[in-house]
Design a protein around this ligand. Structure first.
Ligand SMILES: O=C(O)CCC(=O)C(=O)O
Ligand SMILES: [Fe+3]
Length: 661
């Protein structure tokens, strides 16, 4: 290999970048990515050559290490130079080089490459503010076509799978099946590579002070965990919770459907049998299989695909071992699969794991803020795309925003109380982020409070995006709104503070339809209501069916509570009359369409965050450690503490692992 090590190239690139030497920086950064790819190739080839099979004894493990070393030496001369620290590896994994690259390309007026690099970084860092701004800017630039927004590190099966899905929907079954087979084998080979890379010797540094069986036990536990996680790596979009934890199962389901449509009963039966390896009791599959077997000609018994069967066998034996380790050592194992049969989980752990799975399923997308919790799930709210979160604002933050309302009101201009357009019994007043910022710049309201209003709305955008696992969302409109009861005009009130409506279509209760046409704001995709207080009477938010009267859910506002929902007719809603005091909330609407992004938001952004960062400095800001990352390094649940019999226990477990491998 003639290339320099990836980390060296990366740091050279970064330092050239900081001096504004764009074209040299670009070349080094591209070199770093290329170098990494080639080094990975070497690791893979050597991993294959020095397979772990038969490594049941300490000697064999040593032998393998020797084999790896001499194999790598042959191709890299000094393999240790090419080894990456965990930090550097993470830097590459998070796509950091692409953030520098996109700026360099941009400066060199290579817009297509710039947008692609920016998008690649964005996909891995969807909560990174600077890149969101940059991607949005590229999107609104003339001369950057949609195709420029591609993920440069996307594994090949993703595109194949997408093509196959679209072919299926066009009922072009023969081509769809071909594409699916390609996609499946490409997917399996990505998994295979990922697993091979898990076996490298790289994780073993700094472990030499431990005695040998311990090292082996923990080393294997780590390797196995790493291998188990490969399914997640191929199933998920980087930077996001996997939306499809069973990519293999999805492939098989589609294939079964495709073969059945083609009347290829034998293949359909074979796929059905393969599916049953994951879900042995699935009634639908069992029924279909029955049908296929009756129709097909050949007399021989139909067996599942060997490559799938061997994947499942392997996965199961690894899981068994990992659960055993989890029970006996303080090593946590987070099983990525939902199909794992309970039988292989040690009884002592079942209850806990069942509970964990249930919460994981209910909680929806991963939320990027630790304080925020789902308090009403979509199911509890009797809907699909609606959810209630608490803890989005602290009490002090609500106070600050209510204080802002007070100040703005006192300043005269902006926050005049008008009669509500919805009811004659209430007044309504509204303040946009931009208005708040302008008042702050004239010294009429507290600057920090005005800036905080911006950040609070940004928080909601991020939450909406991650809860619904959507692509990037843009602000369509947002405003802090207070509704107050007019004193002395509340007797015998029977109307609502806000009549039942939907946010992106015109509700037609008679027809039980919602017409998505102007003057409705048809481009709005998600709505968010972030509440600031609860010291008022009435004012609950409620959801109804399309008839506008059957109430399906009701939510009491309070500080820091956020109700998120998709903006269509599936979420018709209204607000009960506010009969005493004042109810304040930030109302927000988001759109997935960059073209409908609110221009005012860009201005506000510039005021609050300064110009869009052009230096990529934030590229390395560390994201919060997620559960998944924590488990990635195999961190033990209580590091440092050893059970009294810890050492012996470890030895025993080590022996067991060795014997079973
Ligand atoms: O304030 C609320 O709870 C809901 C307001 C609303 O639905 C709207 O403004 O469209
Ligand atoms: Fe609404």
């Amino acid at each position: 290999l003639t290339l320099k090590p990836p980390d060296e190239l990366l740091w050279d690139g970064v330092s050239l970048f900081s001096r504004g030497e764009w074209s040299e920086a670009r070349d080094k950064l591209l070199g770093a990515l290329k170098s990494l790819q080639e080094v990975r190739g070497v690791w893979l080839r050597c991993g294959e050559e020095c397979g772990l099979q038969g490594a049941q004894l300490e000697e064999a493990v040593m032998e393998r290490a020797d084999c790896l070393l001499s194999c790598e030496r042959l191709q890299l001369k000094e393999p240790s130079l090419y080894r990456l620290t965990q930090d550097t590896e993470k830097t590459f994994q998070k796509g950091a080089p692409y953030n520098y690259l996109q700026v360099a390309h941009y400066r060199l007026e290579e817009l297509d490459e710039a947008a692609a690099a920016a998008y690649t970084f964005y996909v891995r860092n969807p909560y990174h503010e600077q890149i969101q701004g940059d991607v949005t800017r590229y999107r609104t630039m003339k001369g950057v076509p949609e195709q420029s927004f591609r993920d440069l590190e996307e594994p090949p099966y993703k595109a194949l799978f997408a093509q196959a899905m679209s072919l299926l929907s066009q009922e072009r079954f023969a081509t769809a099946v071909l594409r699916l087979e390609e996609s499946l084998s490409s997917c399996l080979s990505t998994i295979h590579d990922c697993r091979t890379l898990c076996e490298g010797t790289r994780e073993r540094e700094n472990e030499t002070h431990r005695d040998f069986p311990e090292v082996i036990a923990e080393y294997y536990a780590q390797v196995l965990q790493c291998k188990q996680r490969c399914i997640l790596e191929v199933s998920s979009s980087p930077g996001q919770k996997p939306t499809q934890p069973d990519i293999l199962v999805s492939h098989l389901q589609m294939l079964q459907e495709g073969y059945a449509q083609l009347g290829d009963w034998e293949s359909a039966a074979q796929i059905a049998r393969s599916l049953l390896l994951f879900h042995p009791h699935n009634e639908t599959v069992l029924e279909s299989l029955n049908g296929y077997e009756q129709k097909q000609q050949s007399q021989s018994e139909i067996r599942p695909r060997e490559n799938i069967a061997s994947y499942v066998r392997q996965a199961l034996s690894e899981k068994k071992l990992l659960y055993y380790v989890m029970e006996n050592l303080d090593i946590d194992f987070q099983d990525p699969d939902l199909w794992t049969p309970e039988e292989i989980i040690p009884e002592g752990l079942r209850e806990r794991i069942r509970a964990e799975r249930a919460t994981a399923e209910e909680a929806g997308g991963q939320l990027p803020y630790e304080e925020v919790m789902v308090t009403l799930t979509p199911r509890q709210m009797n809907g699909t795309s609606r959810v209630t979160l608490d803890g989005v604002l602290s009490d002090e933050e609500c106070e600050a925003l209510l204080g802002l309302v007070q100040e703005a009101e006192a300043s005269g201009e902006a926050l005049r109380r008008r009669r509500s357009p919805h009811t004659s019994h209430e007044r309504i007043q509204g303040l946009t982020v931009m208005q708040a910022l302008q008042l702050a710049s004239s010294g009429l309201v507290d600057r920090n409070r005005a800036h905080f209003l911006y950040h609070a709305t940004e928080r909601v955008r991020v939450l909406t995006q991650s809860y619904f696992e959507t692509k990037m969302l843009h602000f369509s409109y947002s405003q802090l709104v207070c509704r107050s009861a007019i004193e002395g005009e509340q007797e015998e009130r029977s109307d609502l503070s806000h009549p039942v409506h939907a946010d992106n279509c015109i509700l037609d209760p008679e027809e039980k339809e919602c017409w998505r046409e102007p003057p409705a704001y048809i481009h709005r995709d998600y709505s968010g209501m972030l509440y600031l207080n609860d010291d008022f009477l009435g004012g609950d938010l409620f959801f109804t069916e399309l008839d506008g009267t059957t109430v399906t859910a009701e939510v009491r506002p309070r500080c820091g509570r956020l109700v998120l929902f998709s903006s269509g007719g599936e979420n018709a809603h209204g607000v009960r009359a506010v009969t005493q005091d004042r109810r304040c909330a930030i109302t927000l609407w988001f759109t997935g369409s960059a073209g409908h992004a609110e221009q005012e938001r860009f201005q506000a952004r510039t005021i609050v965050t300064g110009e869009v960062s052009k230096t990529g400095e934030e590229a390395e800001s560390k994201p919060a450690r997620t559960g998944r990352e924590a488990s990635r390094t195999g961190t033990s649940r209580n590091e440092g503490t050893d059970k009294p019999s810890g050492r012996q226990q470890r030895r025993r477990v080590a022996r067991k692992i060795r014997d079973e491998l």
